[in-house]
Write a protein of this length. Structure first.
Lengths: 248, 353
């Protein structure tokens, strides 16, 4: 019988520890497919974050660092400067990238560091049990904004892609989602383009992925994918904010 | 460069790093050590090295983490407040067992403190500094020549133990100019580094990490690290004993304070008071045994530090109640003069009579 769908070679044959309906597993797979299709497994290096995806190296089988919270772009910088020939990517959540590691991501992008960042924005701190994130929406209830995030007290959610797109060093900045098949296909294209941007040496690339976290959102997986469409995308519009010039 | 040249301590440390094969520097400017990044930003392009001024000390230490994990000879340098910012990363580097060299040219604290020399980071440097059970190897030079020598050796020690090595100097050592000679060493091959991040080509995945969620696994990791620290304690203790053989009183001091103490000792001996010096060169591991032996022969020791009494705790552990341990320290960036040390010794000796 002809095999028409299989596990990417860049993934271990194990089940993930992620909750039902979580977006991490989908994004891991898209990265692994990209690594396979570009034939770069032997020269790819990942930097895992602190958060639910800290065990990224148990799923994707390239060489990997495990970073401290927020510091993945600095570690990626150190690695890339030593081995410019390797393809280096960071995988970071919203607390990691948009809160504790804001300085690192901004300056890595500003330097035009030739690495790729996959940024999972699920508007919440998932691993620690659902606290307010820098990307938590106004009115969104979390365990540390039990009455809904109020802009008066907690300010406004950060639009990281829009911020990073203002930097000269950033080559490719885009926002995608993984809440339905159409968006997943689009996300895959974006991740592949981001890796290609790095391989061509064009500078910093980042794919922001709006991802569902049903457990911390206290929703069913079905409600969660709907919430991405109805609440997240209106505030965090999908699309390319910056694209390499030669691509047009 | 085999003949003597005049250099500041900071420049000598930077040149020694280059000659030891260090090709990666990540750092952030801070007084009184900015001459190290300045020197390397000019020097590295000549040898194909990579100098990168990071956005913060936090980013600097994680760039060091990344480069060390990738197999490079790498360093950073800073001064007290900047080293405090790096402590999280130093803990991660120690946990992941990555070799690197960190230079701390201490200034007075706490807080923003001042920019003048101090030795008030002794506790932070020798007792861990960041979270968790770990140690960095700490080397305390007291001349520009020794700073260069220890800097070269620091990279080998870092490789040998897969552990961060700290050069603990102060603003005075960094700024003063002395003749220095870069002694060519036999080019020791670096140990095999099969654990490094190079891309999983022809081998399975390498992971540089510090997370161990299972308590029994994390306990074993801690025990393994501790075995390494015990090896350092056994093999790397270094100390200078100066005129201790006939001494009636012994001064214990490290770095710049020890150097000033030597002048005081000369004056005191001219006055007929036989004073010796014990100068720990490694602060971790600390030479407790030397202090223990000294305490068997003399009944009074004077610890001199540019802080309010930090190393004295280790001296007391070594002496173990067998001798009186006195203390003299200056802080806030004030360097004790030899006159003050002479007067302090005379006071202690007079008391005995």
């Amino acid at each position: 019988m002809k095999k028409i769908f299989e596990r990417p070679k860049s993934m271990y044959a194990v089940s993930t520890h992620y909750c039902p309906g979580c977006g991490h597993g989908i994004v891991h797979r898209l990265i692994a497919e990209t690594i396979d299709e570009l034939g770069i497994l032997e020269k790819t290096v990942g930097v895992a974050p602190v958060g639910c995806s800290v065990l990224l190296y148990n799923y994707i089988n390239c060489d990997m660092y495990e970073a401290a919270h927020g510091r993945a772009p600095a570690i990626a910088t150190g690695c890339k400067r030593v081995h410019p020939e390797l393809v280096v990517f960071t995988y970071q959540g919203d607390g990691d990238l948009a809160s504790i590691g804001t300085a690192e991501i901004i300056h890595t992008a500003a330097r035009g560091e030739n690495i790729t960042t996959v940024f999972i924005n699920n508007a919440i701190y998932g691993m620690t049990g659902g606290q307010m994130a820098p990307t938590t929406l106004i009115g969104q209830k979390t365990t540390t904004s039990p009455f809904g995030r109020s802009s008066k007290e907690a300010g406004y959610p950060l639009k990281m892609s829009e911020i990073l797109a203002t930097l000269n060093g950033a080559a490719y900045i885009t926002r995608v989602a993984v809440n339905n098949p159409k968006n997943v296909i689009q996300a895959k294209k974006a991740i592949k383009k981001a890796f290609e941007t790095q391989i061509k040496g064009l500078g910093f690339s980042l794919v922001e992925v709006l991802s569902q976290c049903p457990t911390a959102w206290r929703m069913s997986p079905r409600e969660a994918v709907k919430w991405v469409d109805e609440e997240m995308i209106p505030y965090y519009p999908l699309g390319e904010f910056k694209s390499p010039k030669e691509e047009g | 460069m085999s003949k003597k040249t005049l250099m500041t301590g900071n420049e000598a440390i930077a040149e020694a790093a280059v000659q030891a094969g260090c090709r990666y520097f990540f750092g952030y400017p801070i007084t009184p050590q900015s001459e190290i990044p300045e020197y390397l930003s000019k020097r590295f392009p000549e040898v194909g090295g990579c100098f990168l001024q990071a956005e913060s000390e936090i980013a600097s230490i994680y760039m060091v983490f990344g480069a060390a994990g990738a197999g490079a000879r790498v360093m950073t340098s800073s001064s007290s407040p900047g080293i405090s910012l790096m402590q999280e990363g130093i803990s991660y580097i120690a946990a992941a067992e990555l070799p690197c060299v960190i230079v701390n040219m201490m200034r007075g604290g706490p807080g923003l403190g001042g920019i003048q020399p101090s030795q008030s980071d002794y506790f932070q440097a020798t007792k861990g500094g960041g979270h968790g059970d770990y140690h960095v190897l700490v080397l305390a030079p007291s001349t520009v020549q020794e700073a260069a020598d220890l800097m070269m050796e620091a990279f080998d020690l870092a490789d040998k133990y897969r552990n961060p090595v700290m050069i603990l100097g102060d603003g005075l050592l960094g700024q003063m100019i002395e003749p220095v000679e870069f002694r060519r060493r036999p080019s020791a091959a670096r140990p095999a580094r099969e654990w490094t991040i190079t891309g999983a080509k022809g081998r399975s995945q390498n992971v540089v990490k510090s997370l161990y969620l299972k308590p029994d696994v994390l306990e074993q990791h801690n025990l393994d690290l501790n075995r390494k620290y015990q090896k350092m304690i056994k093999n790397e203790r270094r100390v200078e004993a100066h005129l201790t053989e006939d001494a009636q009183i012994v001064i214990v001091a490290f770095g710049m304070a020890a150097r000033i103490a030597k002048t005081a000792i000369k004056i005191l001996r001219e006055k007929g008071i036989k004073v010796g010096l014990v100068r720990p060169i490694t602060l971790f591991p600390f030479p407790y045994q030397t202090l223990e032996k000294v305490a068997e022969k003399v009944d009074k020791l004077l610890v001199v530090e540019m802080n309010l009494g930090q190393m004295i705790e280790d001296v007391k552990l070594g002496v173990c109640g067998k001798a009186e341990v006195h203390f003299y320290g200056r802080v806030g960036g004030i360097v004790p003069s030899y006159d003050e040390i002479v007067a302090e010794v005379e006071k202690i000796v007079r008391k005995r009579r």
